[in-house]
Design a protein around this ligand. Structure first.
Ligand code: NI
Length: 175
């Protein structure tokens, strides 16, 4: 296992879902914007433009990537709740991380996006009944049917995974 690339390990789909797991994941989703803001606080432009690993995204690209991923995940959640097994399309995360907004804008744009998205998302998830989390979408990329439980668990992991990239870089560099 590459600890720089996977500081908290890879995502493992939980074998079963308990109400307390769900509460914890929703809490992780709610906390992500604050934790991320703290992880980048005080970094200067040069530090924000430093790759978290050899050949990897810069700190700023990681922040913009989190906004890209959460925008998609929030839409997937809404489609799953409002349509019958909607078909969702993947997005090319590497290509999205290379467009001009993700390469040049202040991270503050994406931090504010994440605050808005995660605030709405956590509130929505908290309002659902347990059986709502069994609703599914069809992922056109992996050709798999995915339930809402798995999406929520995955994004709880995803936020912590990328925040840890930044925290680990800071600790390695002594920032
Ligand atoms: Ni990611």
């Amino acid at each position: 296992m590459d600890k720089i690339r996977y500081p908290i390990g890879t995502f493992e789909k939980p074998a079963s879902f308990q109400e307390e797991d769900l509460k914890k994941w929703i809490d992780d989703i709610r906390q992500l914007p604050n934790g991320l803001r703290e992880a980048v606080s005080g970094l200067n432009a040069e530090q924000l433009n430093t790759s978290y690993r050899e050949g990897g995204w810069t700190v700023a690209q990681v922040v913009h990537h989190l906004a890209d991923a959460s925008m998609n995940a929030f839409l997937r959640t809404k489609w799953t709740l409002t349509e019958n097994v909607p078909s969702i399309r993947p997005f090319d995360e590497n290509a999205w991380a290379e467009t001009i907004d993700a390469r040049s804008l202040s991270v503050d744009f994406s931090l504010r996006l994440l605050e808005g998205i995660h605030g709405r998302w956590a509130q929505l998830l908290e309002s659902l009944a347990m059986e709502d989390f069994q609703k599914t979408f069809y992922h056109e990329g992996t050709k798999a049917t995915v339930d809402l439980y798995t999406l929520v668990a995955m994004y709880a992991w995803h936020g912590k995974h990328h925040t840890a990239h930044i925290q680990q870089l800071r600790s390695r560099m002594g920032w």
